[in-house]
Ligand binder design. Structure first.
Ligand SMILES: [Zn+2]
Ligand SMILES: [Zn+2]
Length: 299
């Protein structure tokens, strides 16, 4: 991945975002999960164990979404990244999922995807190397909201102590500034490099249960979220209802919150339920809660 994308790169017309991917319809049972991480990135077991668990839990569609490698910019040898598929294991990840397709043919429809970080000037869903992998879909996610003075990247998907430290050192202690930068990055991603699915839209709230730093009812917060949803609707992306924060006991609600799902419904944005499973036994964790939230939101 030596060729870095230009920040001015126009969106690549792969196919219309979201085409042929399962999206939630109230009249049909939900039987898919497109957000899973195996041992090829930061998950726990082999892809095969996820496929077996998917069958055992009544799914008929399973997607693998390994974290895409983050290309290091020339001259930088460490961004502090630990969760991604390595360049060395990327080929083995793609092969392993391809082999499973054959093995589970007729029992389980297996899709090959990746969860791609959006990091301005470094990586995004339109990165040219992703195009040649023949992926079925891309989840575009913002984890990284800034860089520390030493150059390492700082993600909102971190533990509470690291979270507070990042807000202080990168954003001068301003939660509002940090949250606004997080959503600004999502808007920039969906406008310039629209993925098929926008990952865990309000991940920024992950540490809110522990730290109580954010009032989700605040006017400025809702305005920021609504502006982002307008951009997503315009781009035609799917929004996932992601239960991963619940499965790992960070949140008591899925991503995104109910008021966001209600607005998604008003804008006609398609949604899909996923568990962001990092172990096979979490393959359908809290899907019942996600289904209830979608019902409450009017889907
Ligand atoms: Zn993620
Ligand atoms: Zn994920």
């Amino acid at each position: 991945m030596s060729n870095l994308p230009s920040p001015d790169l126009p969106p690549i017309k792969r196919w219309p975002p979201g085409r042929d991917l399962p999206t939630f319809r109230s009249e049909s049972p939900w039987n898919a999960n497109l957000h899973t991480h195996s041992l090829y990135c930061d998950g726990k077991k082999s892809p095969r164990k996820y496929a077996v668990s998917a069958c055992d839990n009544g799914l008929s569609i399973l997607g693998f979404s390994g974290h895409a490698p983050i290309p290091y910019p020339p001259g930088a040898d460490d961004l502090g990244v630990s969760w991604c598929t390595s360049l060395e294991s990327l080929h083995y990840y793609l092969e392993a999922v391809r082999e499973l397709r054959t093995e589970f043919s007729g029992r389980l429809s297996i899709l090959q995807g990746m969860e791609v970080d959006y990091i301005p000037h470094i990586l995004g869903p339109a990165h040219p190397t992703l195009k040649i992998m023949g992926l079925d879909y891309i989840i575009g996610s913002v984890h990284v909201a800034g860089r520390r003075p030493d150059g390492t990247i700082w993600t909102v998907d971190c533990r509470t102590e690291t979270f507070r430290d990042g807000v202080d050192t990168i954003f001068g202690g301003s939660i509002e500034q940090m949250v606004k930068e997080y959503y600004r990055r999502i808007r920039e991603m969906v406008t310039n490099q629209p993925p098929d699915i926008v990952g865990h839209l309000d991940l920024v709230k992950k540490n809110n249960q522990a730290l109580q730093f954010l009032d989700e009812a605040a006017g400025w917060y809702r305005a920021e979220v609504f502006e982002t949803l307008d951009a997503i609707a315009q781009a035609g992306c799917i929004v996932e209802v992601n239960t991963g924060g619940m499965a790992r006991e960070y949140t008591q609600e899925p991503y995104p919150s109910l008021f966001i799902l209600q607005r998604c419904r008003e804008l006609g944005i398609p949604v899909a339920i996923s568990s962001d499973a990092h172990s096979p036994k979490k393959i359908t964790a809290f899907f019942d809660v996600a289904l209830n939230r979608l019902k409450e939101a009017g889907y």
